[in-house]
Design a protein around this ligand. Structure first.
Ligand SMILES: [Zn+2]
Length: 351
């Protein structure tokens, strides 16, 4: 077997009121120089300013910029406006702020620190980014964060839709791992350890749905730790394989269709959750457990709850296979309009 290298975060800090400790974490890791804080329009007031203040202690020239969208264009724009002497990128925000920071730090070959403000996806500690440019979808290699700082108080107060979406993203690992097992039969590299870690994250969230829904501290902690573990499972194999299979391809296909139709109601994790119900059914897995878990979490389980009509949902199922070259259940079973509709009806995704 070819040797493979693994890059992982060196420090993961999960706890209450830990935002102000960003500068001490940097000092501990011996990261010095000028920090660039990236944040979002809303997350600036919630957390961005606080982190900037903390970093000013180690460098008064700390700069802050607002990320407007998660696209390659946005990374290029920031690359042009930031000064040459930036030594570290600190992303404080949701998915798009983290993805843009992760790619920018990778291009600049400087360290990256991830400070998520919502537990909405499992990219918080991974080395992959998913960026969109119009209809096009790119899964790119980026910087593994050297540190992840997850403040439970901030995460707990994120809009519940984002929290439920993060939980659904992790529950969907269930189908991703099964797809990976199918690919192993075809000779693809498979890591028992990474697959088990991904499944463990999924199990923890399935067991914590009620605590998460009540925004109990333990539930939010379990969720963020599951998101970080899921990220790590991907970093272990330098691929999104452990946490992204047919259900993620379905979600990307749905993103393309939504873009064309100009609608944008559902979130990544929510779509992956519904995809996971559908493809678990095709994989002859326990799809009802996934559906019940999503329901208990308060995440969508139907096309209507996703805010997409039945034709669009079926079209996304049919297009999923062509989103990327990745062996899944969609390669094992042929799917046409009638079969897709039957699956939707059998699982109650379409009534
Ligand atoms: Zn995902």
């Amino acid at each position: 077997m070819d040797p493979h290298s693994v890059e992982l975060p060196r420090k993961i800090l999960v706890g209450n009121r830990v935002l102000g400790r960003v500068s001490s974490v940097c000092e501990e890791l011996k990261i010095s120089g000028k920090p660039l804080v990236l944040t979002g329009e809303h997350t600036k007031d919630i957390a961005g300013e606080n982190v900037k203040k903390s970093l000013m202690d180690i460098n008064p020239d700390t700069q802050m910029e607002i990320v407007k969208e998660a696209s390659k264009k946005e990374v290029e724009r920031l690359d042009k406006i930031i000064p040459m002497n930036i030594d570290i990128v600190v992303s404080v925000g949701g998915g798009k702020v983290i993805d843009v920071g992760k790619l920018l730090a990778y291009q600049e070959k400087i360290p990256f620190v991830s400070v998520p403000t919502a537990p909405s996806h499992d990219g918080v500690a991974s080395e992959r980014v998913s960026l969109k440019d119009g209809e096009a979808f790119h899964s790119l290699k980026a910087r593994v964060p050297i540190a992840v700082i997850a403040d439970i108080d901030i995460l707990r107060n994120a809009p519940y839709k984002l929290i439920a979406s993060g939980g659904a993203d992790i529950i969907s690992n269930y189908t991703a791992v099964q797809d990976w097992k199918l690919a192993r039969e075809k000779g693809e590299y498979y890591s028992e350890y990474a697959a088990a870690l991904s499944m463990l994250s999924s199990e923890i969230v399935l067991k914590s749905t009620e605590m998460i829904r009540k925004k109990e501290e333990r539930g939010i902690r379990n969720l963020i730790e599951a998101l970080i573990s899921s990220s790590i499972s991907m970093s272990l194999v330098e691929s999104s394989r452990p946490a992204s299979g047919s259900e993620h391809m379905f979600s990307h296909a749905l993103d393309q269709l939504k873009f064309q139709a100009g609608i944008n109601k559902s979130l990544h994790g929510e779509q992956c959750g519904v995809g996971s119900i559908l493809f678990a059914y095709m994989q002859e897995q326990n799809w009802e457990r996934i559906k019940n878990g999503l329901r208990s979490l308060g995440a969508p389980t139907t096309a209507r709850e996703l805010g997409v009509d039945k034709d669009m949902l079926i079209e996304a199922m049919l297009r999923a296979k062509d989103v990327r070259d990745r062996y899944t259940i969609l390669n094992e079973r042929s799917l046409d309009k009638k079969k897709a509709l039957d699956i939707c009806k059998a699982t109650g995704v379409i009534d």
